[in-house]
Design a protein. Structure first.
Length: 196
């Protein structure tokens, strides 16, 4: 079956472990593709028990990568709603795929929904960029061009989708604790431009 061959490409039947995303693709993009494949009502997946196990393997890898991303990006922010979702989805990810194909499909849909919920929550919390095209990571030289997910005019700061917090007057703070001066000129309230 074509689907089985596609799913096995690059994954095979390895034991779950730390699997990096394919070059040029982000963790979020790869996860969204698998989620779309499982949740698309017009596509009947899985067609076989092996398809179900392969899809579940992919969802587990995406889940693990998202968990690692949440902890690395901002350990202090990986609390509250994200922690609740990680706990619930972790239980689902660790349970075996049922042998019955219809039960396996239901299990996969639940797992895909849990990964989607985690991805959306992390995106809303600024722990991961879910934009297409993806914004630059916090380590990139152009980190300040990432999408703005929160802006507080009263206190003068913005949070970007890569987890960087930009302060209008004092510079930036990256998720890893690195800070620095403003990386670009920022407009002042009266229209004057602060020097970079």
């Amino acid at each position: 079956m074509i689907l089985t061959r596609l799913l096995r490409t690059g994954f095979g039947h390895r034991a779950p472990g730390k699997v990096p995303p394919l070059p040029g693709r982000s963790v979020a993009t790869a996860a969204m593709e698998t989620i779309a494949l499982v949740l698309d009502e017009t596509v009947v997946v899985p067609a076989t028990g092996q398809d179900a196990r392969d899809l579940m393997f992919r969802l587990r890898v995406h889940h693990r990568q998202l968990c690692e991303g949440a902890c690395v990006a901002a350990p202090g922010l990986a609390s509250g709603r994200v922690t609740d979702i990680l706990r619930t989805s972790g239980e689902l990810m660790s349970s075996p795929v049922p042998d019955d194909l219809s039960k396996a499909r239901d299990h996969l849909r639940s797992a895909a929904s849990a990964v989607k919920d985690l991805l959306v929550t992390m995106g809303a919390g600024g722990l991961m960029c879910v934009h297409q095209p993806e914004g630059p990571p916090a380590a990139a030289p152009d980190f300040h061009t990432a999408h703005q997910v929160l802006r507080c005019l009263a206190t003068g700061y913005s949070r970007l989708c890569n987890g960087v917090v930009l302060f209008e007057d004092t510079g930036y703070l990256k998720p890893n604790g690195e800070f620095g001066p403003p990386s670009r000129p920022l407009p002042r309230v009266d229209g004057e431009v602060l020097p970079a």
